[in-house]
Design a protein around this ligand. Structure first.
Ligand SMILES: Cc1cc2nc3c(=O)[nH]c(=O)nc-3n(C[C@H](O)[C@H](O)[C@H](O)COP(=O)(O)OP(=O)(O)OC[C@H]3O[C@@H](n4cnc5c(N)ncnc54)[C@H](O)[C@@H]3O)c2cc1C
Ligand SMILES: *[C@@H]1O[C@H](CO)[C@@H](O)[C@H](O)[C@H]1NC(C)=O
Ligand SMILES: *[C@@H]1O[C@H](CO)[C@@H](O)[C@H](O)[C@H]1NC(C)=O
Ligand SMILES: *[C@@H]1O[C@H](CO)[C@@H](O)[C@H](O)[C@H]1NC(C)=O
Ligand SMILES: *[C@@H]1O[C@H](CO)[C@@H](O)[C@H](O)[C@H]1NC(C)=O
Ligand SMILES: *[C@@H]1O[C@H](CO)[C@@H](O)[C@H](O)[C@H]1NC(C)=O
Ligand SMILES: *[C@@H]1O[C@H](CO)[C@@H](O)[C@H](O)[C@H]1NC(C)=O
Ligand SMILES: *[C@@H]1O[C@H](CO)[C@@H](O)[C@H](O)[C@H]1NC(C)=O
Length: 399
């Protein structure tokens, strides 16, 4: 028993070493997470993961949904920022953390491996360079693409007088002569969204004022015709031929420290009947959109409508365990920068803890195969119990 007492003494007097034990992760991969897309959602997820030292690669092809707009609004502390500045400021801060890489490139494929325990991500980098990495988790922040009607002049002015949401640019066009570009049923509900900003409103429904669409509209908004009459809102049903810019309302010299400045654009709307064009200062539009990328869908992610199915209770994980969907692309059906931030953060927190949960399960299972305390004692005994030592006691333990 002497040797055991000696062992205990040695353990007591040994200098305390607090080096963190190295425990194997559950899965070996190049990255903890690969974030696909570097808009506000992907950047938010990357920031959340960088702060807890996750090893992250963000791959971004740089086709941002709000790229055409002059200023982004309703982003706390950054109201009126240009989208490019917002991304620049975020990238600069995120790259200060040592465990993240932000790169340009297009992800071409996400291949689930071994029952989704890790993924292979294939990407094309600029200069025809194809790369491939493994990662434990994938975050789809791939965004949506607006499907703009082909009407002459519309695409050129998208985001610059023809705007997408009241919060985006509505205030810049307050009290101006407004047009609403949408199908009848959606144009009528748009009036309620914009009424605190504009009262001189024409609905350009582009031939959709048909009996069938009137019935749909009545279902969505009973009494809509009375409502439009009360507000003196006109319906223009002629088919649009062109929307021509007559004046540019951009405010490049306005004080950038202020959130909002009026933008005095002017447009002429022409119709296929070539009669009586209409002048408007701005348009509030509602057009369809689609997923910017198919990589999620091709990897087996389910779509709800045209959105990537994301489970709010599981950190916005999709039906494919390990693949998350955030930002405009996901089925929260909320499409703005604050949501992109929130959803990115939500996934970052969940994903971080999920990886460590998986690690802990694997580490406990590995440790369960033998008694850790006994093992440490054996190693110490073997070190002390050398034949020349006075305490030599031959094979006390099977080492
Ligand atoms: C004209 C306009 C104005 C807007 N103004 C405002 C505003 O003022 N305020 C506001 O809150 N919201 C505004 N929005 C909404 C806002 O743009 C979106 O909510 C926001 O961009 C969503 O961020 P996201 O990161 O999900 O997507 P995005 O910003 O669209 O970013 C997606 C990124 O993923 C990349 N990507 C896609 N596929 C791949 C792939 N395979 N490999 C690599 N990268 C890929 C794309 O290139 C892109 O960079 C506006 C939208 C529009 C259309
Ligand atoms: C990377 O993408 C950004 C747009 O997001 C672009 O401005 C930049 O030029 C690109 N860089 C390279 C090396 O392609
Ligand atoms: C695959 O993973 C799921 C959980 O994501 C698990 O329920 C299932 O048992 C796994 N299948 C195999 C064969 O390991
Ligand atoms: C990329 O490859 C294509 C075809 O393989 C070629 O036409 C093109 O010139 C290449 N571009 C660069 C930048 O090398
Ligand atoms: C208007 O309708 C025409 C004909 O159907 C179509 O080509 C055009 O894209 C539509 N424009 C808008 C703004 O909806
Ligand atoms: C609106 O235009 C469409 C297509 O040209 C036409 O079928 C419909 O009758 C028009 N509606 C009205 C109220 O004139
Ligand atoms: C729109 O109509 C007006 C008046 O007829 C005409 O002067 C103008 O050239 C038209 N614009 C386009 C783009 O056709
Ligand atoms: C989002 O819309 C789709 C249909 O387009 C629907 O299936 C899904 O349930 C919606 N999500 C939420 C959170 O309402």
């Amino acid at each position: 028993m002497i040797f055991l007492s000696l062992l205990r003494i040695c353990l007591l007097i040994a200098p305390a070493v607090h080096s963190a034990p190295f425990l194997e992760p559950a899965v070996q991969a190049d990255y903890d997470a690969i974030v696909i897309g570097g808009g506000p959602a992907g950047l938010a997820a990357t920031s959340g993961l960088a702060r807890v030292r996750r090893n992250v690669l963000l791959i971004d092809s740089g086709e941002y949904r709000n790229d055409p707009t002059r200023h982004a609004h309703d982003i706390l502390g950054f109201d009126g920022v240009t989208p490019a500045w917002l991304r620049f400021a975020a990238r600069r801060q995120i790259s200060d953390y040592g465990t993240v890489d932000l790169v340009n490139g297009t992800v071409t494929e996400v291949q689930p491996q071994k029952n989704n325990t890790f993924f292979k991500v294939l990407a094309d980098y600029p200069g025809n360079k194809s790369v491939s990495f493994t990662t434990r988790k994938v975050v789809l922040a791939t965004g949506m693409r607006d499907i703009l009607p082909t009407t002459t002049g519309l695409a050129e002015s998208w985001g610059k007088g023809i705007y997408w949401c009241p919060w985006c640019d509505g205030h810049e066009h307050a009290d101006q002569d407004l047009g609403i570009l949408a199908r009848l049923d959606s144009a009528v509900t748009s009036v309620r969204e914009i009424l605190t900003l504009n009262t001189d409103i024409v609905l350009f429904v582009n031939g959709t004022d048909t009996p069938a669409n009137r019935a749909i509209t009545e279902g969505k908004f009973p009494g809509w015709e009375t409502y439009l009459k009360l507000l003196n809102v006109k319906i223009e049903n002629r088919t649009l031929a062109s929307i021509t810019r007559l004046r540019d309302g951009a405010t490049p010299y306005a004080d950038p420290s202020l959130p909002t400045h009026p933008e005095h654009d002017l447009f002429e709307v022409n119709f296929t009947d070539k009669k009586n064009p209409i002048l408007r200062n701005a348009f509030f539009a509602d057009f369809p959109s689609e997923q910017r990328s198919k990589v999620g869908e091709n990897a087996g992610v389910q779509l709800y409508g045209n959105k990537l199915a994301a489970d709010g209770a599981g950190g916005l994980v999709t039906n494919v365990p390990g693949i998350f969907a955030i930002g405009d692309a996901n089925s929260d059906n909320v499409t703005n920068v604050p949501h992109a931030f929130f959803s990115g953060k939500r996934t970052a927190v969940y994903l971080h803890v999920q990886i460590e949960r998986e690690n802990s399960l694997a580490q406990i299972a590995a440790a369960g195969k033998r008694d850790v305390g006994e093992d440490e004692l054996q190693k110490l005994w073997a070190r002390m119990n050398v034949p020349s030592d006075v305490t030599h006691a031959r094979e006390r333990f099977e080492v």
